[in-house]
Ligand binder design. Sequence first.
Ligand SMILES: [Zn+2]
Length: 80
Amino acid sequence: MLPQRSKDYEGAVHDLEGSTLVSEVGEPTAGPGEVLIQVAAAGLCGTDRHIVEGSHGCSARAIVLGHEVSGTVTRRPCVN
Ligand SMILES: [Zn+2]
């Protein structure tokens, strides 16, 4: 079992300096047409590897790795 962390909203943040740290990322929001997921597990894939190695071409100053997730939808858009 993984140790419990004390922060509510953390991510593996990779920055342009080449560092990857688990950092506080702030409470996420769901925009129109999006859902909010309480992540149970996240996986790293080849895209994340290319971002860390600098061969992806991503121009963001910092990016949260691990876009392949499993979890529970906690907020979804209203559909009337
Ligand atoms: Zn992927």
